[in-house]
Write a protein that binds this ligand. Structure first.
Ligand code: HEM
Length: 131
Protein backbone atom coordinates (compact mmCIF):
# COMPACT_ATOMS: atom_id res chain seq x y z
CA UNK A 1 0.00 0.00 0.00
CA UNK A 2 2.75 2.47 1.02
CA UNK A 3 4.70 1.45 -2.09
CA UNK A 4 1.64 2.11 -4.31
CA UNK A 5 1.05 5.50 -2.69
CA UNK A 6 4.73 6.43 -3.18
CA UNK A 7 4.43 5.40 -6.83
CA UNK A 8 1.32 7.56 -7.24
CA UNK A 9 3.17 10.52 -5.68
CA UNK A 10 6.14 9.81 -8.02
CA UNK A 11 3.85 9.88 -11.06
CA UNK A 12 1.86 12.97 -10.01
CA UNK A 13 5.09 14.96 -9.39
CA UNK A 14 6.37 13.75 -12.77
CA UNK A 15 3.28 15.03 -14.57
CA UNK A 16 3.64 18.48 -12.98
CA UNK A 17 7.40 18.56 -13.75
CA UNK A 18 7.05 17.42 -17.38
CA UNK A 19 4.02 19.67 -17.93
CA UNK A 20 6.05 22.68 -16.73
CA UNK A 21 8.94 21.75 -19.02
CA UNK A 22 6.63 21.49 -22.04
CA UNK A 23 5.15 24.92 -21.22
CA UNK A 24 8.63 26.53 -21.12
CA UNK A 25 9.73 24.73 -24.32
CA UNK A 26 6.60 25.95 -26.14
CA UNK A 27 7.06 29.50 -24.81
CA UNK A 28 10.65 29.59 -26.09
CA UNK A 29 9.55 28.16 -29.43
CA UNK A 30 6.65 30.60 -29.91
CA UNK A 31 7.69 33.60 -27.78
CA UNK A 32 5.23 36.09 -29.24
CA UNK A 33 2.33 34.22 -27.67
CA UNK A 34 3.47 34.11 -24.07
CA UNK A 35 5.23 36.45 -21.62
CA UNK A 36 8.16 34.79 -19.94
CA UNK A 37 8.08 36.38 -16.47
CA UNK A 38 4.98 34.54 -15.15
CA UNK A 39 6.35 31.34 -16.60
CA UNK A 40 9.62 31.83 -14.69
CA UNK A 41 7.62 32.35 -11.49
CA UNK A 42 5.57 29.21 -12.24
CA UNK A 43 8.72 27.18 -12.81
CA UNK A 44 10.12 28.29 -9.47
CA UNK A 45 6.84 27.67 -7.61
CA UNK A 46 5.68 24.43 -9.23
CA UNK A 47 7.93 22.82 -11.84
CA UNK A 48 11.24 22.77 -9.95
CA UNK A 49 9.66 21.58 -6.65
CA UNK A 50 7.79 18.89 -8.65
CA UNK A 51 11.08 17.76 -10.19
CA UNK A 52 12.68 17.49 -6.74
CA UNK A 53 9.66 15.57 -5.38
CA UNK A 54 9.64 13.21 -8.40
CA UNK A 55 13.31 12.40 -7.80
CA UNK A 56 12.79 11.97 -4.03
CA UNK A 57 9.77 9.67 -4.51
CA UNK A 58 11.74 7.75 -7.17
CA UNK A 59 14.60 7.23 -4.71
CA UNK A 60 12.07 6.18 -2.03
CA UNK A 61 10.55 3.64 -4.45
CA UNK A 62 14.04 2.33 -5.22
CA UNK A 63 14.75 1.86 -1.50
CA UNK A 64 11.33 0.38 -0.66
CA UNK A 65 11.42 -2.04 -3.58
CA UNK A 66 15.12 -2.90 -3.25
CA UNK A 67 15.62 -1.88 -6.90
CA UNK A 68 19.01 -0.19 -6.52
CA UNK A 69 20.92 -3.35 -7.53
CA UNK A 70 18.98 -3.60 -10.82
CA UNK A 71 20.69 -2.57 -14.06
CA UNK A 72 17.56 -0.90 -15.47
CA UNK A 73 17.50 1.57 -12.56
CA UNK A 74 21.15 2.53 -13.16
CA UNK A 75 20.37 3.23 -16.83
CA UNK A 76 17.22 5.06 -15.83
CA UNK A 77 19.11 7.32 -13.42
CA UNK A 78 21.55 8.31 -16.21
CA UNK A 79 18.61 9.28 -18.43
CA UNK A 80 16.94 11.08 -15.51
CA UNK A 81 20.13 13.13 -15.06
CA UNK A 82 19.94 14.06 -18.76
CA UNK A 83 16.28 15.06 -18.34
CA UNK A 84 17.15 17.19 -15.29
CA UNK A 85 19.94 18.79 -17.35
CA UNK A 86 17.40 19.55 -20.07
CA UNK A 87 15.22 21.24 -17.46
CA UNK A 88 18.25 23.28 -16.32
CA UNK A 89 18.94 24.32 -19.92
CA UNK A 90 15.30 25.35 -20.42
CA UNK A 91 15.31 27.44 -17.24
CA UNK A 92 18.61 29.03 -18.28
CA UNK A 93 17.07 30.08 -21.62
CA UNK A 94 13.97 31.34 -19.82
CA UNK A 95 16.04 33.46 -17.39
CA UNK A 96 18.00 34.97 -20.29
CA UNK A 97 14.74 35.79 -22.06
CA UNK A 98 13.48 37.62 -18.97
CA UNK A 99 16.76 39.52 -18.44
CA UNK A 100 17.41 40.47 -22.05
CA UNK A 101 14.08 42.02 -22.91
CA UNK A 102 10.68 42.87 -21.56
CA UNK A 103 9.92 39.23 -21.06
CA UNK A 104 9.94 38.20 -24.71
CA UNK A 105 12.40 35.82 -26.31
CA UNK A 106 13.69 35.18 -29.80
CA UNK A 107 12.09 32.10 -31.29
CA UNK A 108 14.36 29.10 -30.81
CA UNK A 109 14.99 26.00 -28.79
CA UNK A 110 13.19 23.76 -31.28
CA UNK A 111 15.19 20.74 -30.11
CA UNK A 112 13.95 20.83 -26.52
CA UNK A 113 10.61 19.11 -27.15
CA UNK A 114 11.90 16.20 -29.31
CA UNK A 115 14.88 15.66 -26.99
CA UNK A 116 12.59 15.59 -23.95
CA UNK A 117 10.21 13.21 -25.68
CA UNK A 118 13.02 10.80 -26.59
CA UNK A 119 14.36 10.84 -22.99
CA UNK A 120 10.86 10.36 -21.56
CA UNK A 121 10.17 7.45 -23.93
CA UNK A 122 13.42 5.70 -23.02
CA UNK A 123 12.84 6.20 -19.27
CA UNK A 124 9.28 4.85 -19.40
CA UNK A 125 10.36 1.88 -21.57
CA UNK A 126 13.15 1.07 -19.10
CA UNK A 127 10.87 1.22 -16.06
CA UNK A 128 8.08 -0.82 -17.67
CA UNK A 129 10.21 -3.53 -19.36
CA UNK A 130 13.06 -3.61 -16.77
CA UNK A 131 15.58 -5.20 -19.20
C1 HEM B 1 16.02 9.65 -9.19
C2 HEM B 1 15.17 9.39 -10.16
C3 HEM B 1 14.23 8.23 -10.22
C4 HEM B 1 14.27 7.03 -9.55
C5 HEM B 1 15.31 6.54 -8.54
C6 HEM B 1 13.11 6.28 -9.97
C7 HEM B 1 12.76 5.03 -9.51
C8 HEM B 1 11.57 4.38 -9.76
C9 HEM B 1 11.17 3.11 -9.21
C10 HEM B 1 12.01 2.27 -8.26
C11 HEM B 1 9.94 2.82 -9.68
C12 HEM B 1 9.07 1.60 -9.32
C13 HEM B 1 9.19 0.52 -10.36
C14 HEM B 1 8.16 -0.58 -10.15
O1 HEM B 1 7.57 -0.69 -9.07
O2 HEM B 1 7.96 -1.37 -11.07
C15 HEM B 1 9.54 3.91 -10.57
C16 HEM B 1 8.35 3.97 -11.26
C17 HEM B 1 8.15 4.78 -12.34
N1 HEM B 1 8.98 5.82 -12.75
FE1 HEM B 1 10.64 6.45 -11.77
N2 HEM B 1 12.39 7.02 -10.87
C18 HEM B 1 13.04 8.21 -11.07
C19 HEM B 1 12.66 9.22 -11.94
C20 HEM B 1 11.71 9.04 -12.94
C21 HEM B 1 11.51 9.91 -14.06
C22 HEM B 1 12.28 11.19 -14.30
C23 HEM B 1 10.49 9.37 -14.83
C24 HEM B 1 9.89 9.86 -16.11
C25 HEM B 1 10.31 10.88 -16.77
C26 HEM B 1 10.03 8.18 -14.17
C27 HEM B 1 9.00 7.39 -14.63
C28 HEM B 1 8.45 6.36 -13.90
C29 HEM B 1 7.24 5.66 -14.26
C30 HEM B 1 6.34 5.93 -15.47
C31 HEM B 1 7.03 4.67 -13.27
C32 HEM B 1 5.87 3.66 -13.15
C33 HEM B 1 6.25 2.35 -13.81
C34 HEM B 1 5.32 1.19 -13.50
O3 HEM B 1 4.61 1.19 -12.51
O4 HEM B 1 5.33 0.26 -14.30
N3 HEM B 1 10.80 8.01 -13.03
N4 HEM B 1 10.56 4.84 -10.59
Amino acid sequence: MLYDLTKAAHLISLFVWIGGMVAVALALRYPSLIHMKPLKAYDRAATTPAMILALLFGILLGVQGGWFTSAWLGMKILLVLALSGLHGALVGRLRRAVWESSGEAKSGGGRFLPTGLVLLTLIVLLVTTKP
